[in-house]
Design a protein around this ligand. Sequence first.
Ligand code: KG4
Ligand code: ZN
Length: 335
Amino acid sequence: MLILGIETSCDETSAALVADGKTILSSTIATQLDLLKKYGGVVPEVAARRHAELIGYVIKEALDTAGKTLDDVEAVAVTSRQGLIGCLMVGVAAAKSISYARQVPLIGLHHIEGHIFANILSNPDLPVPHICLTVSGGHNMLVHVQNKCRYELLGTTLDDAAGEAFDKIAKFLGLGFPGGPAIDKLSQQGNRKAFNFPRPMIKNKALDFSFSGLKTAVINMFKAQIAGGEPLPLADIAASFQEAIVDTLVAKTLRAVEEKDLKIVSVTGGVSANSRLRQVFTEVCKKRGIKVFFPKLSLCTDNAAMIAAAGYARMMLGERSDLRLNVFPNAPLGG
Ligand code: KG4
Ligand code: ZN
């Protein structure tokens, strides 16, 4: 089944063609980096307007790259839950139009389910059940993937998501946007033990996260250095901050693995592209006999291929949406 995926939940306008939920024929992503740099972050209404400008072009590009036309599309999958409301509406309106005009099935999906499927798409041998850490700019969750399309939420962020903390600290340090890749790169020249930043809630048994205290600690230390007239070791700050995030994400994930008595971990979402996070997870999991899976780098950040893959899995379960499909900025995973 050839599925057209559409993703517009935040700042990437994306369309992809995926066959049978596993073969990516094309994946077109138009980022809004120019706007992000101009405004220092995502401005919801500006992002939605940009989606409206780009969506038609991006869908055409995905079809052309795959050598297909709308006549070949057998179903449309679209992100309809979790994201910026105006942004979601652009993608859902486009998906409905194609579904109605071509008389093909439509399915609306949760953005996080897409991220979970980014890893299944990258690693077809990723078994279920497993523990999935999905960690991005807008979300930070530990999910027990009980079966394909059946999830138990184990923990989430109480304030900032890890990617959001990366972005805010990078902005504060003058490293630009998005912050994760900039901090990842700069950290490679820094000493990750230079500053002992807090590992938030690491000893707490709950599987929730909280990164705002860490963010404040970094900012306070930075201001103290300036006030003391000391040179600013930016690479050391970046590396020590990144280490605190990585330690926290790994510790909480291992606790979830123990609680559920599982030996398989999937790490997904924008922050799963982080080189230190990948390194630490790989080392720690090897020692404990746990298998860990990461998506291809091209599937870590938001993309429509993951939405098409999730759509295929749900359609195989007989699920469909109809033309009343609505958008929900906050919705439970699986709801
Ligand atoms: O999944 P995504 O595209 O969007 C959301 O759903 O939020 O993730 C974007 C986030 C941004 O916060 C970005 O800074 C972060 O992923 N990110 C990284 C890296 N690459 C992207 N964070 C740390 N290290 C990276 N290499
Ligand atoms: Zn995302």
